[in-house]
Design a protein around this ligand. Structure first.
Ligand SMILES: Cc1cc2nc3c(=O)[nH]c(=O)nc-3n(C[C@H](O)[C@H](O)[C@H](O)COP(=O)(O)OP(=O)(O)OC[C@H]3O[C@@H](n4cnc5c(N)ncnc54)[C@H](O)[C@@H]3O)c2cc1C
Length: 426
């Protein structure tokens, strides 16, 4: 006889583990099934040669809802905030980044008129009610906000920094600007990486009775009669649950539902494209240029930051752990070799001779940073799904109506758990 679980959570990333922790406060029996050999998903940290490498650069919004929710679950978040400084690079020229008052006054990137304009629009961002931007793309909002090309470029850059989205003509202004507001309030680089969040969520869930199994790839979710679901794994093992919370990517959910997926859902989910990028994660014995800790391309979609200058990211806390990142446009043809060269050259510009100091380095040519590029109208698509399958819930960085990245993953995990608890009580 297959055991019937009250809740089966598909995926042991941030969303799944947050949901498991909230559900664990009830009497419901909870099973998390993760296809990987480890839990954590994209928030995991790999310890390689005693260096803690997140999967690309990871920064937690200091005033975001993910931090609040994690703290509500008693997750300790230790780390420091990077200074909002560094340089911007454009056509071999380097400029002080105008992200602080001092930066705005001292940068040679902007003339006086542009400095005043930039300061004015930054204040506007802080004060804006993002609900008023629901029907605009980020590009439309930027162009309407300032006529200055430099100021516009700075907004697109901040948009990339805060959301990883490099498609301002497609992305929803409401989501991008709300994340910009959060970025301007500061971020945290976490000691020992984001694995510390995963490990704490995992331990708390297990102590509260949640069962977590790895190496369990679900291939089919079958809504069957009497309000329950049959889950079939790739090895044909079967599990049965009253509620299913799916935290995989939207196209994977379509695939798992197979012919049970409705046409409108297939249509809505297959239109969702991921926010993608490439990363080089590096640990060096020392920095060739210790003063250069942060840089971005002004128009080239490139990022460089030394995370270990603020967070402890190696066993001996002596080495330098840094990330170099390339933001992708969704329509871009990706050539891994070219991108690797581009990232290495950018790093060479910031840290000349870095290759002489490498402890460990890895290049990931393509990774989904967020499973959904947030677009106008996504809210209706996501809401429609909720009504189609009673008992089947979604969470993950793509499933939140008003946020993306860890903000979306953590808040949708909490929300889905609360919806299940409410349904169970009704
Ligand atoms: C390079 C990079 C940089 C980032 N930087 C930031 C940042 O600075 N700030 C920020 O807030 N966020 C950042 N993020 C985003 C953040 O890491 C993710 O939004 C978050 O980790 C997503 O959590 P999730 O649970 O929604 O998805 P995931 O972490 O993807 O978890 C889903 C889990 O489901 C499992 N799964 C999938 N299919 C199946 C199946 N069929 N059966 C069983 N299990 C399955 C997967 O293996 C995975 O473990 C970044 C991400 C990347 C990749």
């Amino acid at each position: 006889m297959t055991k019937k679980w009250d809740v089966i959570i598909v995926g042991g990333g941030l969303a799944g583990l947050v949901a498991a922790n909230y559900l664990a406060k009830t009497d419901l029996s909870i099973l998390v099934l993760e296809k990987g050999k480890k839990i954590g998903g994209r928030a995991r940290t790999d310890c390689i040669r005693q260096q803690y490498l997140n999967l690309g650069p990871h920064a937690l919004y200091k005033k975001g809802k993910a931090k609040l929710i994690l703290e509500e679950l008693d997750v300790e978040l230790n780390g420091k905030s990077p200074k909002l400084g560094g340089i911007l690079v454009e056509k071999n020229m380097e400029y002080t980044a105008p992200f602080t008052l001092l930066g705005i006054f001292s940068t040679s990137l902007l003339n006086w008129k542009e400095r005043i304009e930039w300061a004015r629009v930054l204040i506007k961002v802080i004060l804006i009610n993002t609900e008023t931007l629901a029907q605009q793309t980020f590009e439309e909002w930027v162009q309407q906000t300032s006529d200055s090309e430099k100021v516009q470029s700075l907004f697109y850059l901040l948009g990339r920094l805060g959301t990883y989205c490099h498609a301002s003509e497609k992305a929803s202004a409401k989501i991008i600007v709300s994340h910009l507001k959060a970025v301007l309030s500061g971020v945290l680089y976490l000691d020992n990486g984001w694995q510390t969040i995963i490990d704490q969520l995992h331990n708390k869930a297990v102590i509260s009775g949640v069962q977590i199994q790895t190496h369990k790839a679900i291939k089919q979710i079958d809504p069957i009669e009497n309000d329950h679901f049959k889950l079939v794994l790739s090895n044909n093992e079967e599990f049965s649950g009253k509620y299913v919370l799916c935290t995989t990517a939207p196209h994977e959910l379509n695939h798992m539902l197979g012919e049970k997926a409705t046409l409108s859902q297939i249509d809505a989910f297959s239109k969702m494209t991921a926010v993608k990028g490439a990363t080089i994660d590096v640990a060096l014995t020392q920095l060739p240029n210790p003063k250069q800790l942060f840089a971005m391309g002004l128009t080239d979609p490139l990022y460089f930051s030394v995370h270990s200058s603020y967070a402890r990211l190696s066993e001996d806390a002596k080495s330098a752990v840094l990330h170099v990142f390339r933001y992708y446009h969704p329509d871009e043809q990706i050539d891994g070799i070219t991108v690797k060269n581009e990232l290495e050259q950018f790093l060479e510009k910031m840290q000349p001779g870095w290759k002489n100091y490498v402890i460990t380095s890895r290049f990931i040519p393509q990774i989904n940073v967020n499973q959904r590029l947030p677009r106008i109208g996504d809210e209706q698509r996501l809401n429609r799904f909720k009504t189609e399958f009673p008992g089947l819930y979604i969470a993950g960085d793509w499933a939140s109506l008003d946020s993306i990245l860890s903000e979306g993953a953590v808040s949708s995990g909490k929300q889905a758990a609360e919806e299940i608890i409410k349904k169970e009580k009704s």
